[in-house]
Design a protein around this ligand. Structure first.
Ligand SMILES: Cc1cc2nc3c(=O)[nH]c(=O)nc-3n(C[C@H](O)[C@H](O)[C@H](O)COP(=O)(O)O)c2cc1C
Length: 184
């Protein structure tokens, strides 16, 4: 029997020419056999998290879709730049929606990793630390080893073989993460 692992990808940039979006697309297109990477579209249509809206009978369709898609995946990968020393609001908002219902959100128990690139020497490391802290509080199983904060200052991150190998390795670490060991 062939087993397959699905990864839901949350991209932290809405920019049409986003480097991080393109990185996510490269990883999706080069995913190893048995790994299905799905980039979650429509994060820009998810309204700001509001408990009043969440408690209503029908939550906004974009938020419902986000919960369903992430809830149905085996793993979650954030691919994100950094805005002002933290994760962009679009990713933060997605994590807020995914953190509820409290204790039963779509991230609960789900292996979560983060990667990304920015044109600074630090590669977005504060955003990445921010994302893993927040996802962990939301109940995800953070896989710290996955984290890659890639500087895009002196390298074309979309074509450099070493960078792409590092990012592919991050995907492999997320896929290979043993949920049973952590849960025990
Ligand atoms: C509002 C704003 C704040 C930013 N703050 C940071 C920052 O704190 N650290 C950083 O490394 N880059 C920062 N940047 C630069 C982004 O990392 C850069 O624009 C990056 O290419 C955005 O990713 P994208 O190409 O996926 O859209 C900022 C960009 C914007 C627009």
């Amino acid at each position: 029997m062939t087993t397959s692992t699905s990864i839901a990808v949350l991209v932290g940039s809405l920019r049409s020419d986003s480097v991080n979006r393109k990185l996510a697309e490269v990883l999706r297109d080069q995913a190893p056999d048995g790994v299905d990477i799905q980039i979650i579209d429509g994060l820009g249509e998810v309204p700001f998290y509001n408990q009043d809206v969440d408690n209503a009978t029908d939550i906004p369709a974009a938020a419902a879709r986000l919960r369903e898609q992430v809830g149905g995946a085996d793993r979650v990968l954030a691919v994100t730049p950094e805005y002002n020393g933290r994760m962009p609001a679009v990713l933060s908002n997605a994590i807020d929606w995914l953190s509820r219902p409290y204790g039963a959100g779509a991230l609960v128990g789900k292996p979560f990793g983060v990667i990304g690139a920015t044109p600074t020497p630090y590669g977005g490391k504060w955003a990445h630390a921010d994302a893993v802290r927040s996802a962990g509080i939301a109940g995800a199983q953070v896989v710290e080893d996955v984290t890659v904060s890639q500087s895009a200052l002196e390298v074309d991150v979309l074509t450099d073989p070493e960078v792409l190998a590092r990012l592919a390795n991050a995907v492999r670490l997320l896929v290979d993460h043993d949920t049973e060991t952590v849960a025990a």
